[in-house]
Design a protein around this ligand. Sequence first.
Ligand code: N01
Length: 540
Amino acid sequence: MTTTSPTDFDAIVIGAGFSGMYMLKSLRDKLGLNVKVFEAGDTVGGTWYWNRYPGARCDSDAYIYVFTFDKQMLQEWEWSERYPTQPEILRYLEYVAKRHDLKRDIQFGTRVTGAEFDEKADRWIVHTDKGETVTAKYLIPAVGTLSTTNLPDFKGLERFKGKWYHTSRFPKEGVDFTAKRVAVVGTGATAVQAIPEISQQAKQLTVFQRTANYCVPARNGKVSPEVTRARKADYDNIIQRIRESFFGQEHYMIPKSALEVSPEERERQFEQMWDAGGFAFWLGNYQDMFFSAEANEVCADFIRRKIRATVLDPKTADKLMPKGHYYGTKRQPLDTNYYETFNKPNVQLIDAATDGAIEEITENGIRAGGKEYPVDIIVFATGFDAMTGPFKALNLKGRGGRTLDQAWQEGPRSYLGISVVGFPNLFTITGPQSPSVLSNMPVSIEQHVEWVTGLIDHMEKSGKKTVEPTVEAQEQWVGHVNEIVSATLMTSANSWYMSANIPGKPKAFLPYLGPEGVGGYRRKCDEIAAKGYEGFKLSA
Ligand code: N01
């Protein structure tokens, strides 16, 4: 080991969410390395620490939204619902941290403010907002994909006399909406969870919608003890299935065209997926849904009919009809009484296309389409600078002082979504151009952590000092990522997947889609390792 003083480590991990916790466990307890984790929050949780807005809950089925590396935890831990709430997931992560004694190596309340690679020492020098400077051979940002808040630059926000919050930075003590006039800006997956909850307390809720979304029912509820028992007994197979699956979920696309079956059969199939709830309709639909505009339209039409049947006021229903983007090309929001909420007398919907876009924030509310809507509280559910944002925020400087911002000026460039040319010994867990957000995150997190652990083990055992991708391997990977997605409808949407939600962000598809999903990606990574880390330069 290279450690010489308490400020020098084998590895520094940034972030103590799912990925940082497992990275620490893996490097410390499997490889015996000296690891330090910096975490800005005051406990573990990452995304689940910060996103404590009303209604925040997991929208993958909980039995697969878990760590699988510890079999006893899988048997011991009991979820109370199909999709647990944010506080319950935090309790789970606290339980994991305690069981594996993780906190002793995590420094909480500390944000990494910058890091540069020292080419003479072949080490990363890392700075924190507490004024510390530490070094490590390996630097592993485990900073999540949706952790850099997007607060659009709304004119006049500074003069608003009420209170305002972003969903990803809600106060720990919560917000009392009782007897208040509340605005929610945004109608993405977060808002779709928050709006029904806030509407139960608020005197008046005004929702500002820029783009109507296709929402499908979550169908949350208790899971029967028999089902839970059967799953616990079958975990080995479940783990194998999700690891080899396309999306890290137990959902599989139907190997048929939506257009080749009769309308009656299709309708029956759609109803079945609708009743099953969750991501079934999105990730278990006909296989050409993501490729053919015509196949996509029959799926979209089904959802529109459901909206029409749920929302009583036809004008509001019209505003809620998604227009201008294909179904499934933006992240699927899961709905629990979302559409029903617009039937309540205290809820109104202001749609950018019909009523006018937001022009400014005034002292007393929000002005849109020339009209002022007075409110006491504004909740911005306006999302994140996704995937690249959290890495860029670290102010990393690689070889020659080149920043990640410079390297990613025209969009992310990586090899496997794990490593970047010119940034030796840096591993981006669930980074851009890996399956990441297009999968059930714990599955992709465990795969990355285990693969990086294998690479570091190889480095240590073979006495290597640095590892980084070759330019050719990176260029090939970037080309491959873009080629695959260009055959789908995904590139046509103004989604955060396409970097379209942040003004000025270079247009690029951020995750990696296939061709065989997370299973194929895992095999590819394993093949690369088996060939002695093909595409990487390892220097002694
Ligand atoms: O953010 P979003 P989110 N003026 O970017 C609107 C994950 N997640 O926080 O669609 C007016 O999706 C924007 O409008 P438009 C999940 O991966 C997970 O909801 O860009 N409006 C949109 O309606 C998800 O995808 C879970 O036209 C503006 C909304 O704000 C990701 O987090 C739960 C605007 C932002 O939607 C992000 O979801 C929830 C502007 N200037 C979320 N800028 C779980 O699994 C943006 N908007 C538990």
